[in-house]
Design a protein around this ligand. Sequence first.
Ligand code: SF4
Length: 156
Amino acid sequence: MFDKILISRCFLGDNVRYNSKVVTLAHPLIKLWLQQNRFIGICPEISGGLAVPREPAEIQHNSNEIITKSGINVSAQFNLGAQQALTLCQQHNIRFALLKESSPSCGSMIIYDGSFTNNKVVGQGVTSKLLTQHNINVFSENQLETLAKLLDKVQS
Ligand code: SF4
């Protein structure tokens, strides 16, 4: 049986993004992994109770709170979504996640800096961070080949 991969639902074309814009991740590896039935999808922000569309939110670097552009604290929803992603991984014995870069939930290397000015900094989203802390390997859409190599290694 193939290793399962936790995947950001927005990659699969689900209408879950904050601005309600559908952006499917089109790549031969995604097609292959779909055929292999590897994906378990989650949108942590929806699982945490937020709606589509929703206000953009960013992690505040000095407090680690997640605040929307108009100042609402949505940390509880983000943390709940992250916890649900972790539970899914544990239920399905998932060791690999493919999550959307730069998102305050899913970003694995880069996130917005909290100022809502489009500036990005090195950092992890809430879900990526929790998964990493539990030894789940998180990859972004920029690392598909790296993930493929690792999966091949595990499978062989
Ligand atoms: S929280 Fe993650 S899965 Fe949901 S829309 Fe944002 S990047 Fe996609």
